[in-house]
Design a protein around this ligand. Structure first.
Ligand code: ADP
Ligand code: MG
Length: 350
């Protein structure tokens, strides 16, 4: 489906490990004061002075987390960075460094890794993080990428999952469900392509949701916005597995209950129309679809005036005592329990 625009194929064996690492990493520049030594020694050296250090790591495996038949390598590199930065922003921290480790089989030529690193570089530049190291090794089956992100935060600003209090407002950034519907479109087009390889897909009606799937953006801007508005959330988590499981994480760790209002959940019009086309309930997609990388937080009622009317932040419910349980209040004003159904559970949907 993705056309090979770069037909040159240099086998990795032509370079060897040392030259390969050099080739992929020699253009990385350091921009943070906290990076004392980046790539090139046995270990990186960091100095965060008085800041708290935030660290998060993720592993992405070909065939489990991504499918190279419709994910261009450049996008994969970009997304792999976003997934990690998102976890750092969910702590109300600023990301400062990443490490990148890859295991790669010999079916990948050098040019493929150049594409992957082009995406990683773009993400690192745009989000201002230093690439300070990693590891490179071979794999017998496909591509594995592990990224670790580091960030810094003042001790007073750090936000955990465990701070939500009854009567707090539940707030979500952006809109949700798009990445899951984008995946449905890409998987449908892959099937069409298998039947007729000359059939290039027309994705113009689905640009927003396909981009949400292939090129998600971590919400650094929301962390900056909250600081500007002088709002410190009482708890926060990023939405990687779907709203329902993230709401449950916040409630369990804060020992509270929640009421989420179906009619308040922010959905893009393209999500609504594509759900209609696929005959899937858009609320189900918002609750259980994953990979939106928006931020879900709780804020004190006192801060409501500061976020009111901001197009980036939507109040979708409020926190209750834990005995009240976790519920979705439907448009028909029925209360249904929120149950755990992560991203994986969606594989069974039509
Ligand atoms: P070692 O033998 O000590 O593991 P390497 O030769 O693997 O050292 O790595 C040399 C330098 O290059 C180190 O600074 C390491 O962090 C960095 N590095 C190795 N692989 C990668 C990669 N895929 N991406 C970014 N940096 C890397
Ligand atoms: Mg190494």
């Amino acid at each position: 489906m993705i056309e090979d625009k770069n037909p040159k194929r240099t086998p990795l064996s032509e370079l060897g490990e040392f030259k390969l690492i050099e080739h992929l990493t020699n253009h990385f520049k350091i921009s943070h004061k906290s990076t004392v030594k980046g790539i090139g020694d046995d270990a990186a050296v960091l100095n965060y002075a008085k800041k708290q250090v935030v660290l998060s790591t993720d592993l992405l495996v070909e065939g489990v987390h991504f499918d190279l038949s419709y994910v261009p390598l450049k996008h994969l590199g970009y997304k792999a960075v976003m997934v990690n930065l998102s976890d750092v922003y969910a702590m109300n921290a600023m990301a400062t460094q990443i490490t990148v480790s890859i295991a790669v089989s010999n079916r990948f030529p050098l040019e493929a890794l150049e594409e992957l690193y082009a995406g990683i570089s773009t993400a690192a530049d745009l989000y201002n993080v230093d690439v300070i190291g990693g590891d490179t090794t071979s794999s017998t089956s496909g591509l594995i990428i592990s990224i670790t992100a580091l960030g810094e935060v003042d001790e007073d600003d750090e936000v955990l999952r465990s701070g939500a209090k009854p009567n707090d407002l539940v707030v979500v950034s952006g809109d949700i469900g798009g990445a899951y519907m984008g995946l449905q479109i890409l998987e449908r087009e892959k099937e069409v392509f298998k039947v007729n390889p000359n059939n290039q897909p027309d994705l113009s009606m689905y640009t927003y949701i396909v981009e949400r799937q292939l090129k998600p953006e971590a919400r650094k801007d929301i962390v900056e916005l909250l600081k500007k508005l002088e709002v410190k959330p009482t708890s926060m988590i990023d939405i990687s597995d779907g709203l329902s499981s993230e709401v449950m994480h916040l409630c369990k760790q804060s020992n509270v209950g929640v009421d989420i209002y179906e009619n308040k959940i922010p959905l893009d019009p393209q999500v609504i129309s594509t759900c209609e086309e696929f005959n899937i309930d858009s609320t189900t997609v918002a609750l259980n679809g994953g990979e939106d990388y928006e931020l879900l937080m709780t804020i004190s009622q006192e801060d409501y005036d500061k976020i009111k009317g901001n197009p980036n932040l939507t109040v979708i419910g409020y926190v209750t005592e834990s005995e009240r349980g976790m519920h979705l209040v439907t448009r028909a004003e029925e209360k249904i329990p929120i149950i755990a159904k992560g991203w994986n559970a969606l594989k069974d949907l039509p």
